[in-house]
Design a protein around this ligand. Structure first.
Ligand SMILES: [Zn+2]
Length: 380
């Protein structure tokens, strides 16, 4: 992680904070912290607070720094198959405004039109540095391409370029689970740990991984096979986590044992009312999810796993099975990994897309210092 991002993240979480404390918390040298802080102050992203001069351990006055939340704003968009959820955040990642729009068509041009409309609405009257768009699928941030999005039925769509043209804003795209992982790492349940995993369970089973404070590009947990004799998966594999624990599988199982089609709220209600057959379907999915979490724990050894997604709405029906399977299958110290369950609405996913933009801005600010001695301000 670039020094500028490390420093910014620490100031964000702990500011106002002295450089000495930033040095202690980042493990960077005092010179590196000073180098990282200066361009961020020059650009107005951080401010020094001369009115709160405190004696430092070095005998010189310490000038605490903090983030200037209103310095610039960021837009974040989360795409689902039938809705656009968009937020405007400040530089601290605080959500200032939220807009929801239904999607009546998943044609690329129609989706870009809706994003353009919500972006104009959210940006009106504000300086916006960047727009982040997140969606499920194979999304390449570096090239701005959506390689494949199953739920939108998109292949090789240059989404970042199209949205940037439509909005006039610098645009980043990212896989939605990874974007949410970035936001949780900075502001949510991932704060304070350098390695953690975010697992989402619902329509699909996704996973974002942060190891040594770095976001990994991988995380197709949904298609990790955990049952060699399990059912076929739509991906062509067999016994995948998704084929055993995705919402549609749980719902189909509950409908089959009851003998009529159920909605998820109905299935959850029957399970809570004590219907043993329905409960057994949830328990089976819970064991599959627990094995999936154990796979993550064994491979990566995160200090914490955050479980979220639509499926945590019925978490009480299979919490025991998830925890038992995780404890039974995680090896050695991996079994000590903490499991945190967090319902995160789609507004939070949209915020994740905005936070990707914040990190990008700070990364570029730090990088610009080394070459030109100045900060590259975002294009308007
Ligand atoms: Zn699969």
């Amino acid at each position: 992680m670039p020094a500028a991002v490390q420093v910014f993240a620490v100031v964000l979480r702990h500011g106002p904070i002295s450089r000495v404390e930033v040095t202690a918390r980042t493990g960077l040298s005092p010179a590196a912290v000073t180098k990282a802080v200066r361009p961020l102050v020059d650009a107005g992203y951080l401010t020094e607070r001369p009115d709160e001069r405190l004696p430092s351990r070095l005998g010189r006055p310490a000038m605490p720094v903090q983030v200037v939340a209103d310095r610039t704003f960021f837009l974040g968009v989360k795409l689902t198959a039938d809705e656009v959820i968009a937020v405007r955040t400040d530089l601290c990642g605080g959500t200032r405004e939220v807009v929801h729009r239904p999607l009546t068509s998943t044609a690329v041009a129609d989706v870009v039109d809706v994003i353009g409309e919500v972006a104009r609405r959210l940006a009106a009257g504000h300086e916006v540095a960047c727009l982040g768009v997140s969606l499920a699928g194979d999304v390449l941030r570096d090239t701005g391409m959506v390689r494949f999005s199953p739920f939108l039925n998109w292949r090789d769509v240059p989404l970042a370029g199209l949205v940037s043209t439509a909005t006039g804003l610098p645009t980043l795209i990212e896989n939605d689970v990874r974007a949410l992982t970035v936001a949780e790492h900075w502001f949510g349940a991932g704060v304070g740990v350098s390695s953690f995993a975010l697992v989402t369970a619902g329509t699909g089973i996704g996973c974002g991984l942060v190891v040594n404070d770095l976001l990994l590009p991988a995380g197709e947990l949904g298609h990790v096979a955990i049952d060699v004799d399990g059912p076929e998966c739509y991906c062509g594999g067999r016994g995948c986590v998704e084929a055993l624990a995705a919402d549609r599988v749980v719902l189909a199982g509950c409908s089959a044992v009851v003998g009529r089609p159920l909605s998820m709220p109905e299935a959850i209600e029957l399970g809570r009312a004590g219907d043993p057959a329905v409960h057994a379907v949830f328990e089976r999915a819970g064991r599959a999810l627990g094995l999936a979490l154990a796979a993550v724990a064994n491979l990566v050894g995160p200090e914490r796993i955050v479980l979220t997604g639509e499926a945590v709405g019925g978490y009480d029906l299979y919490a025991d099975q998830i925890r038992q399977a995780l404890a039974a299958q995680a090896f050695g110290s991996a079994a000590t990994c903490e499991l945190v369950v967090r319902p995160l609405p789609f507004d939070e996913w949209a915020r994740g897309a905005a936070v990707v933009g914040i990190q990008d801005l700070i990364t570029r600010s730090g990088a610009a210092r080394g070459s030109a001695g100045s900060v590259t301000l975002p294009a308007r």
